[in-house]
Unconditional design. Structure first.
Length: 186
């Protein structure tokens, strides 16, 4: 608009602050978002869930790597557990220090050192997954607030990151188990 031209009354009105409050706009109801996030963490909406993949995994194949596979079941399970633990701890613990990448996120051996180590890894994975579910399901948790000790991350982002990470590696575990001939339906 040319500088010397007057604004129309309509243009002037849009620049004034409104003195009325919109009392009919409801607050954002995030219950559906929270339920969706929790469902995504369960990973049974678009693909098989953790328990179906891991339960009954034959002990003899937990450290096996078929030709072309870079990881064993033990390595993938521990990587999932360690990554999930790190994400959860980052969200809830301001003093948490992430392990070094990549060595702190992968076990040193192809096979679990003991049957108990395998079972403990599964137990801890489930426990941390439930802790994240509880956190995002709690209406007092602000999913959109920046994590104070982070660099701009929000809890919503971390929950989505966790769902993506677990989903990716669950797919790898399914393929690995099938290649090993150890899938339950085989």
């Amino acid at each position: 608009m040319p500088r010397n031209r007057k604004k129309s009354p309509k243009q002037t009105r849009t620049n004034k602050k409104s003195t009325t409050k919109n009392t009919q706009t409801p607050a954002f109801d995030d219950r559906a978002l929270r339920a969706h996030l929790a469902k995504n963490l369960d990973a049974d909406t678009a693909h098989v869930d953790f328990d179906k993949v891991i339960n009954g995994w034959p002990e003899a194949t937990r450290g096996a790597k078929p030709a072309g596979s870079p990881h064993s079941a033990w390595q993938l399970l521990e990587h999932m557990r360690l990554g999930q633990w790190d994400i959860l701890e980052f969200v809830v613990n301001p003093k948490h220090v992430s392990p070094p990448w990549p060595s702190g996120y992968w076990p040193a051996t192809d096979a679990p050192p003991t049957k108990e180590a395998w079972e403990k890894s599964i137990k801890n994975f489930r426990s941390d997954l439930q802790a994240m579910r509880d956190l995002i399901s709690n209406p007092k948790t602000d999913l959109f607030a920046k994590i104070p000790h982070g660099t701009g991350q929000i809890i919503l982002r971390q929950a989505l990151l966790l769902a993506d990470h677990n989903s990716h590696h669950l797919g790898q575990l399914v393929l690995l188990r099938r290649l090993l001939g150890a899938w339950p339906s085989q």
